[in-house]
Design a protein around this ligand. Structure first.
Ligand code: NAP
Length: 530
């Protein structure tokens, strides 16, 4: 066998998994499609890309030395800072020697006779491994819109997640942005700073809230560093590992004045507080959610001068926080600039991309640059891109028809020795916090197997049924599960992703960890080990 473990992906999960498996003395290879480490932060180089979680809460917590030596420069670090952080991690722990770049995995087939996996790269190279660990990310398969003529455009165009390393110069150019999710919003507010003219093509407006970013002074960084133990402890206790956690009060329990003051405070606070630290019922109760949505709608109306444009920017088909909230810096003010146009493509649909620009039902606009901020085939999409076949040659894609079925989000029955990091049905939230836990649990399982001379681990059908049913039950009553978004498995640009599925664990992170810890403490008896 070539390797004890192959890890697919050198992002935040893959790097940490490599570090932990090396400690077990294993022969590990990380296969990475890109030319460098960083995963999400390697690929998403679009202008304005940055953290939406506080930099310090997003970093690795496992190494005291790393925490001591790394200084964050901004409360919400821009992509280049994060990428250099992850490069620093790779260098510090000498990770690169086990990472093979420019190695996109095309297929992984389980071998029943040897309890191992054969992994094939796009270039045809083949490797065998005992364990196959997927660290491929929930948002890593970018999707282009299904619009006719995309290939015919003569100017420059690209998807935000495939941004050219040399950057793009917008100075004086006519730029189009299609898509207004978290990525589109960050892109728009940055591109507008230099573009000659900007046109935003919006299909569904999203509820955005201010980021309130700022530089971190040396004194502040000292304070942050001194507070690390307490901060990481807090992240372990909150619902989704963010610094913010819901307020115990219900929205209508307080007077209208108190409510307004609380919303106002949250709107003025940094980061996800208004989403993750709001009244406890805003994401489950329609009345509560309506009150919050009204508040944010009033903010949008007050920030956008032209009220017709403001109305277009206010979502009408979903409430605040029922989709991922894009955090913004002067996003709404962008639409007050004379060189910016908002095109609501529900009113005037895009008919086609032409060699010169974009043709909507009413007119054709000429562009120099088209930016596709059109999102990802989320959660299962990164798995679908690889031909993964388990025992008896069954395909993972077939197994997950109608929605993923997993055991703790880590295993799939019939796919022995395949362990997923940030797979479907795991706690996402503040992702690096969830990743660290996920990696440590997987490492614990592998350690146990090695200590007990076990070579095969599979999920049991009853374990999968019980976890999948639990995940589905947890999602019931959540307003976000009644709305189309990547979080409910919808992507109108992908065949077969038109029906909502439950691919996300929406319970609390502490409950998830408690469940996984109990399985480990019980000697992994819920798993089929041999
Ligand atoms: P997204 O939320 O899925 O947004 C894609 C956008 O493209 C939507 O506005 C969508 O409209 C539009 N779109 C797709 N196909 C289209 C078409 N054919 N015609 C017109 N419009 C089309 O993707 P994203 O913005 O890349 O964000 C995905 C996730 O990545 C976020 O939710 C977040 O979790 C993560 N992210 C994180 C950060 C951060 O932490 N800093 C930053 C960016 C992204 P519809 O809504 O109508 O489908």
């Amino acid at each position: 066998m070539d390797y004890d473990a192959i890890v697919i992906g050198a992002g935040i999960s893959g790097l940490y998994q490599l570090y932990r498996l090396r400690e077990l003395g294993m022969k590990v290879r990380v296969l990475e499609a890109g030319t460098g480490v960083g995963g999400t932060w390697y690929w998403n180089r679009y202008p304005g890309a940055r953290f939406d979680s506080e930099s310090y809460s997003y970093a690795y917590s496992f190494s005291k030395e790393l925490l001591e030596e790394w200084n964050w420069k901004e409360h919400f670090a821009p992509q280049p800072e994060t990428l250099s952080y992850l490069n620093h991690v790779a260098d510090k722990f000498d990770l690169r020697r086990d990472i093979q770049f420019k190695s996109r995995v095309a297929a992984a087939h389980y071998q029943d006779e040897t309890s191992s996996w054969d992994v094939t790269l796009e270039d045809g190279s083949k490797y065998s491994t005992r364990f196959l660990i997927t660290a491929i990310g929930p948002l890593s398969a970018p999707t282009m819109p299904r619009i006719e003529g995309v290939e015919s455009f003569k100017g420059q165009s690209c998807h935000t997640a495939r941004w050219p390393h040399e950057g793009v110069d917008f100075a004086g150019k006519r730029v189009a942005v299609i898509g207004t999710g978290a990525t589109g919003v960050q892109t728009i507010q940055e591109v507008v700073k230099t573009a000659g003219h900007l046109t935003v093509f919006q299909r569904t407006p999203n509820w955005c809230a201010p980021l309130h970013n700022g530089k971190i002074s040396a004194d502040e960084m000292r304070e942050i560093r001194a507070g690390y133990p307490e901060m990481f402890k807090r992240c372990q206790e909150t619902f989704a590992c963010f610094l913010h956690t819901p307020d115990p009060r219900a929205t209508t329990e307080v007077t209208p004045e108190e409510r307004e003051a609380f919303f106002e405070k949250l709107y003025g606070d940094k980061g996800f507080g208004i989403w993750q630290g709001n009244f406890r019922d805003v994401l489950v109760d329609k009345t509560a959610n309506g009150l919050l949505s009204d508040f944010v709608a009033r903010k949008i109306r007050s920030r956008v001068k032209d009220q017709k444009v403001a109305e277009k920017l206010i979502p009408k088909n979903h409430g605040f926080g029922t989709r991922r909230v894009p955090l913004e810096t002067k996003y709404y003010e962008v639409y007050n600039q004379p060189n910016v146009e908002l095109v609501d493509i529900n009113e005037t649909p895009i008919e086609r991309i032409t060699p010169n620009g974009i043709k909507t039902s009413d007119t054709e606009r000429a562009f120099d640059i088209i930016i596709y901020a059109t999102g990802f085939d989320a959660i299962t999409g990164s798995f679908d891109r690889i031909d993964i076949r388990g025992a008896q040659g069954q395909r993972l894609k077939d197994k997950w028809q109608g929605g993923p079925k997993t055991y703790l989000g880590v295993q799939v029955e019939g796919f022995p020795n395949m362990l997923m990091l940030m797979g479907p049905h795991t706690a996402l939230g503040n992702i690096p916090r969830s990743i660290e836990y996920n990696v440590e649990w997987v490492t614990g399982l592998i350690r146990y197997m090695r200590e007990h001379n076990l070579t095969r681990v599979d999920a049991r059908p009853e374990g999968v049924k019980s976890w999948t049913d639990h995940v589905i039950a947890l999602g019931q009553g959540l307003l976000s599960n009644e709305v189309d978004s990547w979080m409910t498995g919808i992507n109108r640009n992908v065949e077969g992703k038109q029906v909502r599925t439950v691919a996300r664990y929406s319970g609390s992170a502490p409950a998830y960890r408690a469940r996984c810890n109990a399985v480990a403490a019980d000697g992994y008896r819920e798993l089929a080990l041999s």
